[in-house]
Ligand binder design. Structure first.
Ligand code: MLT
Ligand code: ZN
Length: 479
């Protein structure tokens, strides 16, 4: 089928309502971090699985690339199309129905375009919890959460999206629909196919719906903002909190003083909750179905013992929902504060939790040798996942710093993580931004297995071309 013919037929399938006109294309073609400005032959917003299936079948026949997009909140350019002639951008936002909620089986079946916050709200309406949570939850979508194996703020307790997906509906590149939406807790009938697509960043198929795990809604939540003497003591304190609370810890987020200062400088209404400045903070949250007073007592006891052990230097426990929100805002607005400061060379590394202090020492020493910089370090210390971001010395322009030093500094950060057996991308994925890192840090065996999977499921290479799989590993007929 000829390219023009194919594009015309796709436009007919979605109808006028499903076509994004050039005047509205910008928001879909520019990524969240404004690293990329893409281009596409056509931007469509299908509204049914059948439409998706017909679109992919046509693209497969005409060898057109299909780039899936959810809320366009990704950090690695994974949802940006890069070919004005041969890429079709498939925006999933109209497929936003919650198909089913099963309060007995604790599951929710959502289409790919459901906003994460809407899935959470639907669960809450039934007195249940969908625990995936992150700053972008008001705009990111379930399909994107699946495709990137999203992490966020409650992984410590509930896991990443991979742990929360019971089944998927996926349109394969051929147009065939793979429907695995039974929502079974146990099913050992051969390969668990849904797992293959979680984290595949749209390179194997188009996710159209997911069955998600729900949990009992905690009746009480307690939050503390604690100044700790070092990241190592934050980890020791986390262990103590997990043990003494009966594993009620939901989040353990590390914030360095440098990151907090960016928030205090740029985010309206942000206040330091403590009287004196400290180098290291831990935002600790516990939740349970205990009565509120019981959980509060547990947290107070943990804090008391940690203070006696010298792990905590100072701290405050949230006294109200508003105070809890204010504490979380100090953590969640760090990326925004970095943007307003002029930008940062960002990293998203993970190591074993016990190796976090070694990683910080290794990376810090190496970076000091390379170039003057400021560090904004924060993140999910309870998962061993840090956002280790680098800014130019004050007053220096960010673009010059990034262009001159960015690659060298990033290499040093990633090498430090790799030396400890860690990951260069703990939660933000690979997309187009980190393909070279994938090639450098993953084993030849892993790369070969990924390329083999890609070739088997997408022999014509139409799904999200140029993303994740290094071109050398997939040297065949890609779209
Ligand atoms: C976060 O943890 O805040 C997010 O992963 C985003 C970021 O670090 O920029
Ligand atoms: Zn994060």
């Amino acid at each position: 089928m000829d390219r023009r013919d194919a594009l015309r037929r796709i436009a007919e399938i979605v109808g006028p309502e499903g076509i994004v006109p050039p005047t509205e294309a910008e928001r879909y073609l520019v990524d969240e971090r404004r690293l990329y400005r893409g281009s596409a032959a056509l931007i469509v917003r299908p509204s049914t699985v059948d439409e998706c299936s017909r679109i992919l079948a046509i693209c497969n026949r005409a060898r057109l690339g299909v780039v899936p997009q959810g809320g366009n909140t990704g950090y690695c350019g994974g949802a940006t199309p890069f070919d004005a002639e041969r890429h079709v951008l498939v925006v999933m936002t109209r497929m936003n129905r919650i198909r089913e909620i099963d309060p007995v089986g604790f599951t929710l079946t959502a289409e790919a375009g459901v906003v994460l916050a809407d899935a959470q709200a639907e669960a809450a309406k039934h007195g249940l919890l969908f625990p995936l949570s992150m700053a972008s939850e008001g705009s990111c979508r379930i399909g994107g959460n699946v495709a990137t194996n999203a992490g966020g703020l409650a992984v410590l307790r509930y896991g990443t999206m991979r742990d929360l997906v019971l089944g998927l509906e996926v349109v394969l590149p051929s147009g065939d629909v793979l429907s695995e939406l039974k929502g079974l807790r146990k099913d050992n009938t051969g390969y668990h196919l849904a797992s293959v697509f979680v984290g595949s960043e749209g390179t194997l198929g188009l996710v159209t719906a997911a069955v998600l795990k729900l949990f009992p809604r905690p009746r009480s939540t307690e939050t503390a903002w604690l100044a700790v003497s070092s990241p190592a003591t934050a980890i020791a304190l986390l262990g103590r909190a997990r043990d003494e609370s009966g594993d009620r810890v939901v989040s353990a987020e590390y914030v360095s003083r440098a990151s907090l200062e960016l928030v205090l400088r740029h985010i309206e209404g942000a206040r330091d909750p403590l009287d004196r400045a400290h180098e290291h903070y831990l935002l600790l949250e516990l939740a349970s179905s205990d009565a509120p007073a019981a959980l509060r007592e547990k947290l107070e006891r943990i804090v008391e013992r940690a203070a006696e052990a010298g792990e905590i230097v100072d701290g405050v426990l949230a006294e109200s929902g508003a105070q809890r929100d204010a504490l979380w805002r100090l953590r969640e607005t760090i990326p925004e504060a970095e943007r307003r400061e002029g930008g940062a060379v960002k990293h998203d590394v993970s190591v074993r939790i016990s190796d976090v202090p070694r990683f910080l020492a290794l990376a810090g020493a190496e970076l000091d040798r390379i170039a003057p910089h400021r560090r904004s370090v924060y993140g999910h210390i309870g998962d061993g996942n840090l956002h280790y971001n680098l800014l130019p010395p004050q007053e220096d322009p960010f673009a010059e710093f990034r262009d001159r030093w960015g690659a060298k500094l990033s290499c040093a950060v990633h090498d430090a993580a790799a030396r400890l057996g860690g990951s260069f991308s703990a939660e933000h994925g690979v997309g187009v931004l980190k393909i070279a890192e994938l090639e450098r840090y993953r084993s030849p065996q892993a790369l070969a297995a990924m390329a083999a999977l890609k070739r088997a499921l997408d022999p014509n290479g139409i799904m999200n071309p140029g993303k994740v799989i290094p071109p050398a590993a997939f040297a065949s007929r890609s779209a």
